[in-house]
Design a protein around this ligand. Structure first.
Ligand SMILES: Nc1ncnc2c1ncn2[C@@H]1O[C@H](COP(=O)(O)OP(=O)(O)OP(=O)(O)O)[C@@H](O)[C@H]1O
Length: 233
């Protein structure tokens, strides 16, 4: 099963009154379910705008995206943890803040997740005392606890030091193995993209430059074309 994005156009306001700018130009591709789709492209290509549109944070101007309301969970570049909540409560928060579960039940579920991913030791700590890698792993668990079938990750490692990057990419690799989980990942980390992707969408200037199976995209004979074009911009 796939979910289609069809001729998606997104325009955003500019500093000038009544002047808008088209950030995505008739973008079409299919989101394969239970796979890892990686969105690559140079800075300003529209990657974040696309992922925000899929999450309903950015309105569609014309064209269409699948209705993913209530089916997505987002992981942010800068973690966006609640500073006043412990790691445990950050993970539990999507369940109890929405009233889906009692705080006690949500915490129990959160603790199980923390244990599964070797983070039980930081359960009572606040974000300010966590490393970047720990913060992002907590951010990923906060998304996972929702059991949303579509996980959106917007440059989850770009604010991290090399050691933390490894912790987080290892965790995302584990998460990608969970059954029935669709992952849409924006990254500038080509090596990680090559390791984890099933499909690749390459954007530049708001247009689709390539949409193909990762094996084809990263095939040796391709490396002088699409990837080089991307890397050298
Ligand atoms: N809400 C907005 N208001 C004004 N401009 C916006 C808005 N959202 C996106 N843009 C502009 O749209 C273009 C694409 O931005 P976007 O953040 O989607 O690119 P990106 O590929 O994610 O870049 P990066 O890799 O640097 O994060 C940029 O020129 C950006 O300034």
């Amino acid at each position: 099963m796939t979910m289609a994005v069809k001729q998606l156009v997104v325009t955003v306001p500019t500093n000038k009154k009544h002047v808008t700018k088209e950030v995505l130009h008739e973008v079409s591709f299919d989101i394969p379910t239970a796979q890892v789709l990686t969105i690559l492209g140079p800075s300003g290509a529209g990657k974040s705008t696309l992922i925000r549109t899929l999450n309903g944070l950015q309105p569609v101007t014309t064209g269409s995206v699948p209705d993913l309301a209530g089916q997505t969970a987002m992981v942010f570049q800068h973690f966006n943890l609640f500073a006043n909540l412990t790691a445990l409560d950050n993970v539990a928060s999507p369940l109890y803040l929405t009233g889906q579960q009692s705080k006690a039940a949500a915490r129990e579920r959160a603790m199980t997740l923390l244990e599964k991913f070797n983070l039980a030791g930081v359960a009572t700590q606040y974000p300010s005392s966590l490393s970047g890698g720990q913060k992002q792993r907590i951010g990923i668990l906060r998304a996972l606890i929702t059991e949303a079938p579509v996980l959106l990750l917007d440059e989850p490692t770009s604010a991290l030091d090399p050691e933390s990057i490894r912790e987080v990419t290892d965790m995302i690799t584990e998460v990608a193995k969970l059954p029935n989980r669709t992952i849409i990942l924006v990254t500038h980390d080509i090596a990680f993209a090559r390791d984890i992707s099933d499909d690749v969408l390459l954007l530049a200037d708001g247009r689709v430059q390539a949409f193909e199976r990762a094996d084809d995209f990263f095939a040796p004979e391709q490396q002088n074309t699409a990837i080089t074009a991307f890397l050298t911009r």
